[in-house]
Design a protein around this ligand. Structure first.
Ligand code: R5P
Length: 311
């Protein structure tokens, strides 16, 4: 294995990819990602990758299918050009919520995506705060899911008082909430959430005491903002102080999300740059870069070193 490496970027997260390359002291590999007139994806590598270690940085963020196909096409191009090892750096892994059938006649799309990534010759995957850790089991190749919790907590330290509580908006995020709470030296409150549809949720119970406490609501992603909006209502109804901070790794922030989050009790929102910002002119929104974290992992991959201290 040669340790000559190159980093290519798809069109989903070009700024993050540039920052990662900058951290590593290299330029991004030259490639073209564009569309044919009929909208099919067209990619071309403008430099050789024979026997090189290749990293392709591409979140499968909206438009999810286009970004996914671009990633697959880039990987296919690298494999056909004889790359030694291909790592897909997927800061945000789309379709991760489609990880089970819920007893209905549905696909397990996350598993299908895993099959596709492997079919084009991707040798390993690096991602962040994968929605469900068991998605790793859909792969036969190494999958490393780093966490943005330390990066976000560093930014939150001065903003969240020690008497605040960390709120998990549903049972699935308790482990992540615990990581935040340990780092911020405070306690965890859990909300019981019932999902009514893709856009509607209901909070059925607040487990823990929030009376007169500021709250930090955390999540892996904010999409429509519906989960967080319902969490805010439930916490205020349970007597929390109207001093709420939000933190999530993946700020999908689809159309209308910021309206839902524009509650007067919300003081600040912290997200990372795993998804290219859909808005930058919202004063309460802080985007913290995960480029140093991803660059640190890439540095270790290149040196054949363990990345376990990055989790
Ligand atoms: C759900 O299990 C996830 O962790 C998020 O809570 C959810 O997907 C966020 O979506 P939305 O902002 O649309 O409620």
């Amino acid at each position: 294995m040669t340790h000559d490496f190159v980093i290519f970027a798809g069109t989903a997260t070009p700024d993050l990819a540039s920052k990662i390359a900058h951290e590593l002291g290299v330029e991004l590999g030259a490639c073209i990602c564009e569309r044919f007139p009929d909208s099919e994806v067209s990619v071309r590598l403008l430099e050789g990758v024979r026997r090189k270690e290749v990293f392709i940085v591409q979140s499968t963020s909206p438009p999810v299918d286009e970004h996914l196909i671009e990633l697959l096409a880039l990987a296919d191009a690298c494999r056909r050009a004889a790359a030694a090892r291909i790592t897909a750096v997927i800061p945000y892994f789309g379709y991760a919520r489609a990880d089970k059938r819920n007893g209905r006649r549905e696909p397990i799309t996350a598993s299908m995506v895993a099959d596709l990534l492997q079919a084009v010759g991707i040798n390993q995957v690096l991602t962040l705060d994968l929605h469900a850790p068991q998605i790793e089991g859909f792969f036969r190749i190494p999958v490393d899911s780093l966490t943005a919790v330390p990066t976000l907590t560093e930014a939150l330290h001065k903003r969240v008082p020690p008497w605040a509580v960390v709120v998990s908006p549903d049972a699935g995020r308790v482990q992540m909430a615990t990581q935040y709470a340990q780092r911020l030296d405070t306690s965890v409150v859990v909300l019981h959430k019932r999902r009514e549809s893709g856009t509607e949720t209901t909070v059925t119970r607040v487990v823990g005491d929030v009376r007169d406490r500021p709250c930090l609501i955390i999540d892996d992603m904010i999409s429509t903002g519906g989960t967080i909006a319902k969490a805010i209502e439930a916490l205020l109804a349970a007597g929390a102080r109207p001093e709420i901070t939000l933190a999530a790794t993946h700020g999908l922030l689809v159309k209308g999300a910021l309206d839902k989050l524009s509650h007067e009790a919300v003081q600040e929102i912290f997200i990372t740059d795993t998804i290219a910002a859909s808005t930058t002119d919202w004063p309460k929104l802080h985007v913290i870069s995960v480029a140093p974290l991803i660059a640190a992992a890439i540095r270790r991959f290149i040196a054949d070193q363990s990345i376990s201290d990055l989790f």
